[in-house]
Design a protein around this ligand. Sequence first.
Ligand code: SF4
Length: 715
Amino acid sequence: MSPKENTWIKSTCAYCGVGCGIEARTNSHGKLEVRGDSQHPANLGKLCSKGLALGETVGIEGRLLKPQINQQDVSWEEALADVAGQFNRVIERHGKEAVAFYVSGQLLTEDYYVANKLMKGFVGSANIDTNSRLCMSSSVAGHKRAFGADIVPGCYEDLEMADLIILTGSNLAWCHPVLFQRLREAKAKRHCKIIVIDPRKTPTCDIADMHLPLLPGSDIALFNGLLAFLSENNSLDFEYIEAATEGLDLALATAFRFGDIESVQAVTGLDKAQILTFYQLFAASKKTVTVYSQGVNQSTSGTNKVNSILNCHLATGRVGKPGSTPFSVTGQPNAMGGREVGGLANMLAAHMDFGNPEHTQQISAFWQTDNLASAPGLKAIDMFNAIESGQIKAIWIMATNPAVSLPESKRISTILANCPYVVVSDCMADTDTLRHANVALPAQGWSEKSGTVTNSERRISRQRRLLPSPGEAKPDWWIICEVAKKMGFGDAFDYHNEADIFREYAQMTTLGQKEATAGMNRHGVCALSRPLNLSGLTGLTAKQYHQMPPQQWPVTTYNQPTVRLFGNGEFATPSGKAQFIATDHRPIAATTSRQYPLLLNSGRIRDHWHTMTRSGLSPRLSEHISEPFLALSPQDAERFSIKPNALVNVISRKGEILLRARISKECQSGHVFAPFHWNNCTTSMGKVNTLIADQRDPLSGQPEFKATPVRIEPS
Ligand code: SF4
């Protein structure tokens, strides 16, 4: 059903974790018009260039319109029967650990919920992981260690209430542009201080009072030094530490080992005066928000980096209070929703844990299954390595393009080419991953599908249907449920619509909750036994679900006001206290050498999104930067005889690609940067992830995308 002409319908943007609300309508020329939703708390009417161009990215050009087996069009019935039959056969012959799902932060929560339910609840394996592993799994692991649960305590308003905002490993201006706009306006009004910590001088530095261009991988040294400084300068909040935390002594002892300014200077490469100014500002600013993103997470020590930041906030009692909190901002539109319903291989739905017999028993009873997975499954990189080794023989990839987005992407392509059975659900007809599919399933895309997403501040918003589906495209949740039925799990997957699934998920969040309602104190802070609680949404009618305005969880009463978590000093750990974690500095996994003298950082640009299957459709978005590039310093350009705009061969231990040289002062000498978006190239242009090794954080499994030794040569 398409909306009536000129009727504005509220939905959310397809792209980043800010989760902006939009309004869209079909105009008299049949085009989709998009504007910001002034009532949505995330963006208050603002949109960035990508959000504003959404209407240019819809249509049937390039769409996968019919199910296919071995590239031949087939009926849905044939395709679904093939998938169910092959998965059942593999499980029968090789066991349940021989199958896997690789899913995506682009899925809606309802899609994610049923995918997780099928794999963990009924197949009985936890081999379901998500591309969110690449974006924020270190934050998940860090949150769980410190807080006892994967929780972002604050909300976007905190950015506007803080006296000091630290942006570390975050190019907010390009990667979360609407938050950047909000911050810029807040700074103009309140004159808050902004510090950017990033090896690169990114556009985010435009609003910074200070830029700390630390060496890649040295974040822990910087934050350990801060913890030591706070202790030495009587800036710890001992009342809070005593009441709400455990483990400070060990964390402090570790921080003090290399915590003097000279040691911090040696490891970070920063100027001593800058380090001191940062530390003094942090000590003096009661209202402090530290925003961290992929520069922190995408690292072989990502989890420890996160905890080194959380340690400083815990030591000063700055968690979950108005204008004062650590704040992980996620990359994808529904990375948070996926985390909530168990999209990561090491988590169960509704923030319940494998190691907790009460949780596994409650989930088994709730889903009425006796086959719940009993242990964590394989994380993304391990999953693809298990295909290579022959352990996994069938994989279903949903709404993601790992042949481009995973490290060593050329090897991933080979792995998929050799995998006995590959199913791909996608809305596009030609992606690098789809080329390896035995079965291709046409999924609805943004503007066609309906469900919910959760943004970085835990706000659940409805993504609504705006346009009819082209061809035979279906919702992901429907495809998964139909396969589940054909695999023999019919009763558990008999949903009529996405509202049915959402209600079941909301009900699941109430399992074992000790309190039915949230206690909200005078600070607007909420206390619950397990904060992911949607008890206020369990009884929604289909109409209420359809009309649901954005809800920030926990939602114990429908439409409750903004809540912060943990600000009362009660955490989700067994003792109820937050945990300091001793974090040691560890160098990046691969160091430069004579053969590979430069360090490559990879990331996003302002106007493209991931592997460009959507943003690449908008000519306007391609105007900003039209081809893949390598940013390098003038010194390195001279050293390696690279002329402006020349083609450059970039060579790592894993591969070689071609990029256009952009000589600029954004990179320090010895460091280069390239965006990872370009793919589908017939030449070796772009495809940065072919250069990147699959080294990863031992706890989170998140790969190190930001520090790859390379050499460059004029082409
Ligand atoms: Fe979309 Fe993110 Fe831009 Fe908002 S900031 S319009 S969610 S891409």
